[in-house]
Design a protein around this ligand. Structure first.
Ligand code: UTP
Length: 296
């Protein structure tokens, strides 16, 4: 019997250097996307996939993350006295979402190192990893689909998305084999982290969602620092994929919308697109955008 996935690990301890100076004293996961911090979208996605045990791996300057998912008694009381129930509900929503636990990474030695820190909390169970700065459109069922594929194949599952060749150098890139009669699920045979331009083996990039088997921890423990002198999750996954260890690695090909809010351009696109679709902001924003783009 394949053990069910019940826990989510959210690495949010990176330095966010692409967003300096905004991230000098504030984690990039707290940057607002319209009116919610990026991290709240990510926790909401985990909860929507049935994962209410959330472990956040945090680092320096991460107090704001903990405060966001905690009660804010004075603010709640003030809104209550004012009779502003709409805003009161919004403020309390983040607290009620999930059972959020926190762990400090210490030195930010890479994504693989952040995931390894979760070993004791996760134990001997499969678990999901959601990067704290990657937003997947709430209408998409990517994580639920990945959990279902894990249930069928008893393997580690990664999310893949087609990117333009010139963007491949920003991602881990996968080499895959099609599965007969199966659409959008592939077997991963090789992985390379941030390939040099022109050397990418495919256009399939690894994006920030994973369903991992606990065997990944043993592999991470012996994974040496790789690209950027960081312990790379990609390197540990490569070992599982190449040797077929613990069922190997499969990829779910995602064709929906994803925003890397740690990238300045993608962050701006996320705000414009999500705000354009909102009932309260969409109409005037779309109107303004038409005039604005016409003036360029
Ligand atoms: P990024 O590759 O975006 O790195 O990490 P970063 O250091 O946060 O940002 P830049 O590149 O300097 O701007 C991907 C995810 O892994 C987490 C980050 O918080 C982010 O969610 N991460 C990365 C850690 O938790 N610890 C690390 O040591 C590195």
């Amino acid at each position: 019997m394949v053990r069910p996935v019940t826990k989510a690990v959210i690495p949010a301890a990176g330095l966010g250097t692409r967003f300096l100076p905004a991230t000098k004293a504030m984690p990039k996961e707290m940057l607002p996307v319209v009116d919610k911090p990026a991290i709240q979208y990510v926790v909401e996605e985990a909860v929507a996939a049935g994962l209410v045990d959330v472990l956040m791996v945090t680092g320096r300057n991460k107090n704001a993350l903990e405060n966001h998912f905690d009660r804010a008694w004075e603010l709640e009381r003030t809104l209550e006295v004012k009779g502003d129930t709409g805003r009161l509900e919004q403020v309390m929503a983040a607290t009620a979402l999930a059972d959020v636990h926190y762990l400090r990474q210490g030195d930010p030695r890479g994504l693989g190192h952040a995931v390894l820190k979760a070993k004791q909390h996760v134990g001997d169970e499969p678990f999901a990893v959601l990067l704290g700065d990657d937003i997947i459109d709430e209408q998409d069922t990517l994580l639920r689909d990945m959990i279902a594929v894990h249930g069928e194949r008893d393997a580690s599952i990664i999310a893949l998305m087609e990117v333009e060749p010139e963007d491949a150098r920003k991602f881990g890139i996968a080499t895959v084999e099609a599965l007969p009669g199966v659409e959008d699920v592939v077997r991963v045979t090789d992985l390379v982290e941030k390939p040099a331009p022109g050397t990418e083996p495919s256009r399939l990039a690894v994006i920030g969602r994973y369903v991992l088997k606990p065997e990944i921890f043993e592999v991470l423990e012996r994974t040496e620092p790789g690209k950027g002198n960081e312990i790379q999750l990609t390197d540990a996954l490569l070992e599982l994929a190449r040797n077929g260890l613990a069922g190997g690695v499969y990829g779910v090909v995602f064709r929906g919308r994803r925003f890397d809010t740690g990238d300045r351009l993608d962050y701006i696109k996320a705000i414009v697109q999500l705000a354009s679709e909102r009932d309260d902001l969409g109409a005037p924003l779309r109107e303004w955008l038409k005039d604005f783009t016409a003036s360029y």
